[in-house]
Design a protein around this ligand. Sequence first.
Ligand code: COA
Length: 304
Amino acid sequence: MRPDDLQPLLTEEIEEWRQNLDWDFKGSADLVERFVAMHALMGYGLVAANRIVGYTYYVCEERKGLIGDLYVLPRYRSEEMENQLLRPVLDRLAEAPWVRRVESQLMMLTRSFDRILPFSEHVSAYPRTFMTVPLDSVERLPHGGRDIGITYQTWHDRFQEEAAHLISAAYRGHIDSEINDQYRSPSGARRFLLNIVQYPGCGAFYSTASQVAMTPGHRLCGISLASLVRHDVGHITQICVGPEVRGKHVGYELLRRSLVELRRQGCRKATLTVTTANETAIRLYRQVGFAPSRSFAAFVWDGL
Ligand SMILES: CC(C)(COP(=O)(O)OP(=O)(O)OC[C@H]1O[C@@H](n2cnc3c(N)ncnc32)[C@H](O)[C@@H]1OP(=O)(O)O)[C@@H](O)C(=O)NCCC(=O)NCCS
């Protein structure tokens, strides 16, 4: 496949992300084109009427496969067409002796639930919710978490190592570590952080709106990381608080600070995704004004 063959499809995908999610997908699309040009992307194209009408790509990371994207033009989109792309990817990954697990979160799938998927005996589907909040009145949210000596500051790269340990502690036994196995160890969380900071998959990392919370003993006890998914739309890519300070409004204050900073930088709204079963987090998000706008699924194939 050449970048020129893919380009019209990517243009339509960019438009669909803009219309449905208010995300600028161009950074991700450019990266796909660049890797295709270098013959460095593993994936498949779907051809109909002499043109590419769908594509998917995947990457391997240690013992895991990750399906980075799967997109079929709306007029060709169906479970069958999507499975024509998914099947060879999963076949290839299942053949690789070191890969046992495949993860994916595909926002543009025709139907996320009650659908037929290849290798269905290995798959678990976790409902996820896409939420959005307008930022016009975010500056009026009351301050929180002031009474227990926690201090807040802007993210700096020197926090990465402590943040990796915090993430693996915060997600121990958590449903999100069933979906993303990087949350299960500091080394996995380190890779997760690196991806967030370096690659555009979750938007362009925005350090000014990313906040950390410190205990009186100067230990990192909470983070809220933000990105820009469009010049005027922010995204919360990660929020977690250490188990020892939960329920003390630290998560609220981190989120409030991130949203206020996004607003100050000219964002009109913010988005995030959350596992639908994560009621604690959803309660917090609703409290600051987030509302659900779309459902999708995280799929995990295990024991391939
Ligand atoms: C979700 C998580 C970040 C929440 O952090 P937290 O510091 O424990 O939560 P908070 O104490 O700030 O918020 C909890 C409550 O305070 C409310 N709240 C806090 N300050 C407030 C204020 N000033 N005004 C109004 N409401 C406030 C919240 O909405 C929520 O409501 P509740 O009282 O009914 O419980 C934390 O549980 C966590 O790290 N979980 C594991 C990781 C995770 O799930 N992350 C989210 C992934 S999408």
